[in-house]
Ligand binder design. Structure first.
Ligand code: SF4
Ligand code: SF4
Length: 382
């Protein structure tokens, strides 16, 4: 952690939200909805999941009441920030027959504040930036929404059994790239936040919020809590070595074992903060006078996703699961210079049959080099 830290009382969290709102930001953050902690618009700090935690395990999630009034006493639910930058469906253009007019969408910029971004999620946003902004073809919609996005980061002071960010080097502590960063300091005797400004706008906003300079005890407590959070994570994955491991084990028998359990439901890709595959759909009205093209989220687990030249390149569940995991942990390094996994654990919790990618990688590692005796011809296409 760096220096220049401030202390803000829990009671002034609402003032921070109000200061952001007064500057025109739409505040987006965690709240309770649909039996989970989701990301939605916040009007005040009372919309935050105060006093809520969650029980998570492979294939299971439920909200639980905490014994305290922690504001950030949970980890991650099924939503990710990507939906505010890269919506699940988006119109790309319209064509009208009369006058042959072609109207591409002109995405409007939006002032939005992401309130409560965890360290792994911040890394996921950096990965999406590489995909949508730092490539030859910039995504204009993503660029417009990303430009004025203010990030209020939160260092994790609790973890779930699904988390493995510590082993991936992506959490639980932020290492920059935020406007403000909060660490919740909660004991039976106090409830404050350690606040660090990471940008000029963040500093300016804190001038409008009551606070004082943090002391050494505040910083020491924050560091202790974050360290304890890293230590309590029971899951781990060696993300860098996984790239080479998977590349040389494309015919490993484990792919068939996991495919026997996988439902090819695509849940894991929908909840993943970095998965970005999409499809396009064209529609026309009944008169044929007006047509639109829409982009919608898609998944490599959907059979039609690999349909090309009269056939499906990945017709088996085995080839689709292998495509997902090898792309995420291996192919991304070649494409984007980073792993596609940030260790958030969502795909473990929200997989209906509890498939755990850390377990799959470990199983392949345990029998590194084993080759399936009966690989099917179709698998060669994956
Ligand atoms: S692959 Fe799973 S653990 Fe990794 S970032 Fe995606 S959802 Fe999170
Ligand atoms: S790994 Fe789990 S979540 Fe992903 S497609 Fe298979 S069954 Fe669905």
């Amino acid at each position: 952690m760096s220096h220049n830290r401030m202390r803000m009382a829990r009671g002034d969290l609402g003032a921070l939200i109000a200061a952001l709102s007064d500057r025109g930001y739409r505040i987006l953050g965690p709240t309770v909805g649909d039996g989970a902690i989701i990301y939605d618009e916040l009007e005040s700090d009372t919309d935050l999941p105060v006093g809520w935690g969650e029980d998570q395990s492979p294939g299971a999630y439920r909200l639980v009441r905490r014994q305290d009034q922690a504001v950030f006493g949970f980890t991650l639910g099924p939503h990710t920030w990507k939906k505010f930058l890269y919506p699940a469906e988006e119109r790309l253009f319209q064509v009208t027959l009369e006058g042959m007019s072609f109207q591409p969408e002109a995405p409007a910029g939006v002032k939005q504040a992401f309130f409560g971004v965890r360290a792994c999620e911040r890394q996921a946003l950096s990965i999406l930036d590489r995909v949508f902004l730092e490539n030859e073809h910039v995504d204009s919609g993503y660029a417009a929404r990303r430009r004025d996005t203010f990030i209020v980061a939160v260092n994790c002071t609790t973890s779930s059994p699904a988390c493995f960010c510590a082993s991936m080097g992506t959490g639980p502590e932020h290492r920059g790239d935020f406007d403000l960063c909060l660490t919740e300091l909660l004991t039976p005797k106090r409830h404050d936040f350690l606040v660090e400004a990471g940008s000029a706008v963040g500093e300016a906003i804190m001038k409008e919020v009551p606070h004082c300079e943090a002391d050494e005890a505040d910083v020491a407590q924050a560091e202790k809590q974050i360290e304890a959070t890293a230590k309590e994570m029971s899951r781990s994955m060696d993300g860098d070595n996984a790239a080479q491991l998977l590349s040389r084990n494309l015919e490993h028998p484990r792919w068939h074992e996991v495919a026997d359990r996988c439902l090819s439901c695509a849940n894991c890709t929908m909840v993943c903060p970095t998965c970005f595959c999409s499809t396009v759909e064209d529609t026309t009205d009944l008169t044929g006078d007006h047509a639109e093209r829409w982009r919608r989220w898609d998944s490599c687990f959907n059979q039609d996703f690999s349909y090309a030249a009269g056939g499906h390149a990945r017709s088996s569940t085995m080839s689709r699961y292998r495509q997902w995991l090898t792309h995420k942990l291996s192919g991304w390094h070649e494409q984007f210079g980073t792993s596609g996994c940030v260790g958030c654990g969502r795909c473990i919790t929200w997989c209906p049959v509890g498939i755990d990618l850390t377990e799959e990688v470990a199983a392949i590692r345990a029998a590194d080099g084993a080759v399936a005796a009966t690989s099917k011809a179709e698998d060669c296409h994956a």
